[in-house]
Design a binder for this molecule. Structure first.
Ligand code: FAD
Ligand code: NAG
Ligand code: NAG
Ligand code: NAG
Ligand code: NAG
Length: 466
């Protein structure tokens, strides 16, 4: 896949912020992370500030076109391009400021910053936020999906469906604040800035890596037992991820403490896991170094200047509660991975800490969870799209029905998911719709229209009904 020469493009876009499909640049600008699906927007508009965003929204309303915003372009179903053809895509590439207030311990972050830039800039000031691991994810789509480790967003600036700027926090437009934090991606308006609470980086953290025998089922069960039983007992400072595919079984982790304390905190877990197949790694690092390691970037430069690595993939997510997967479920999963015709990886993110603290001002509902499983199928060429997508869809449906909770994680968005309303938003879905009506659909009275036409004024891109 041809890599885009980002620097050239940025210069050009500053001169020509509106790019039509007949432009030679256009094709490269609509390639994002996932190339299994793609859509052709009517036009790409590059905004620099709130004013540009307002202008674009007002135009869209006048032209009766749907408008969608793209931050990092990481949506699994390309909702950053609208999830269908012929919408106006407002790209936030240049809404990328970061202002750190060390005293207040907050950072005002433009929606399009990629996680790599965010970690890097905060690190230089001695701070961190707990967020995802992939450097090229946009903070926009990411934060609006809600976060399991309690990514705390104190306030936001949003351009609403009328093109007006709203301040959103726990007091001002509190219902919108609730909706945006969990169900916000593409649904309620365009968030241009976030104010996050930031945390001082500890002087040292410990990166962990353990590899296990994938061929021995007894040992596999043993590892799951340890993960299920001891995992949740760890304190908030520990993040653990288990990865399982056809040929490998491993755990990576991070503890926000020095090595000795980490070994101590991990003692019980380590006493229960099967014999590792290589010497376990407990590497003392700075927080930023650990992000570099965990991000699996090809080099340090790319962590700060992230680019997409376009590939064909389809992902499912499962929220597991109670005591974790049963042996039968593990067996079914392992058999599937062994026999699958496409390359599939299952990753288990241990929840805990802030994730499980109920927060009535957030629409992130996956609270009493043990872990979230992401299953991702990857393949090499378009002609495998149908086969690989069908394979994982079919498995996912039965696996969820038989072995996991009904919930799925909205940031791993999945267009083939049935009953997504309750899987993503549980019993608050109705409330989310009401809030949406209040802030978005009310436009139809200002611009009267009938039938389906009415919905053309919405600023909503993902899953039409919300
Ligand atoms: C390789 C990879 C690794 C990932 N790793 C993790 C991980 O470790 N942890 C995790 O939790 N998630 C992870 N994700 C998922 C990621 O958090 C979501 O896909 C997220 O929605 C991406 O945000 P984005 O801004 O990059 O995407 P975009 O495609 O730009 O946007 C996603 C959605 O949000 C909307 N949106 C974007 N910006 C705004 C805005 N400013 N205002 C309103 N709506 C907006 C879009 O319209 C779209 O519907 C990963 C994704 C990929 C592809
Ligand atoms: C490209 O398309 C736009 C919008 O349809 C049009 O205004 C413009 O004239 C076209 N440019 C060229 C060179 O054809
Ligand atoms: C699998 O692991 C168990 C427990 O460590 C061990 O007793 C058993 O011999 C192993 N089986 C094989 C086939 O190596
Ligand atoms: C399984 O994962 C390992 C480690 O990430 C990777 O090296 C290997 O290629 C993967 N194998 C398959 C079949 O996906
Ligand atoms: C899972 O559920 C499906 C559909 O209900 C069923 O056909 C299948 O046999 C179940 N599999 C297992 C291993 O329980």
């Amino acid at each position: 896949m041809k890599l885009i020469k980002q620097f050239d493009i940025i210069l050009l876009l500053l001169w020509y912020p509106v790019i039509y499909p007949n432009d030679t640049l256009f094709p490269s600008l609509i390639i994002d992370q996932n190339i299994r699906v793609n859509y052709t927007p009517t036009v790409l508009v590059y905004a620099i500030d709130n004013k540009d965003v307002q202008k674009a929204v007002k135009c869209a309303v006048e032209l009766k076109r749907d408008i969608v915003s793209r931050s990092g372009g990481h949506s699994y179903e390309k909702y950053g391009l609208g999830g269908r053809n012929n919408v106006i895509v407002l790209d936030l590439t240049f809404v990328n400021g970061i202002t750190i207030n060390s005293e207040m311990e907050t950072a005002k972050i433009g929606a399009r910053n990629r996680l790599g830039n965010v970690y890097n800039q905060l690190n230089q000031a001695g701070f961190l936020i707990p967020a995802g691991l992939c450097p090229s994810i946009g903070i926009g789509g990411h934060a609006l999906g809600g976060r399991k480790y309690g990514l705390a967003c104190d306030s936001m600036e949003i351009v609403d469906a009328k093109g007006e700027i709203l301040q959103v926090d726990s007091i001002l437009n509190a219902d919108l604040y609730f909706a945006l934090r969990g169900a916000g991606g593409g649904s309620y308006g365009i968030v241009t800035y976030f104010v996050f609470r930031i945390h001082r980086t500890p002087p040292q953290v410990t990166y962990m890596e353990l590899a296990f025998n994938r061929a021995n089922m007894t040992q596999e069960y043993q590892l799951f037992d340890a993960f299920n039983e001891v995992g949740p007992l760890h304190d908030d400072g520990i993040a653990l991820k288990m990865r399982l595919n056809k040929s490998s079984l491993s755990i990576t982790g991070l503890y926000l403490s020095p090595r000795t304390e980490t070994l101590n905190a991990m003692k019980e877990f380590l006493s229960k896991v099967p014999e590792p197949i290589s010497i376990p790694k407990f590497i003392p690092q700075t927080f930023y170094e650990s992000f570099e390691t965990l991000s699996k970037s090809p080099n340090k430069y790319e962590v700060v200047n992230p680019v997409h690595h376009p590939n064909f993939f389809k992902a499912k997510s499962f929220v597991v509660k109670g005591k974790g997967l049963t042996r039968q479920a593990i067996k079914v999963l392992v058999d599937f991975l062994n026999g699958a015709s496409c390359k599939i990886l299952a990753s288990f993110d241990l929840f805990g800490g802030a994730a499980n603290v109920y927060d009535s001002s957030s629409s992130f509902i996956h609270r009493d969870a043990l872990y979230c499983i992401q299953m991702e199928s990857d393949w090499e060429a378009k002609d495998q799209n149908t086969k690989c997508t069908d394979e994982i869809n079919e498995f996912g449906k039965n696996f969820q029905l038989n072995f996991t909770s009904d919930e799925s994680y909205q940031d791993f968005i999945d267009r083939n998911l049935d009953d997504w309303q309750t899987r993503y938003y549980g019993n608050i879905f109705g409330k989310l719709v009401k809030i949406k009506r209040k802030y978005v659909i009310q436009l139809s009275s200002k611009y009267p229209c009938t039938g389906l036409e009415k919905f053309r004024y919405r600023i909503i891109m993902k899953y039409s009904q919300l």
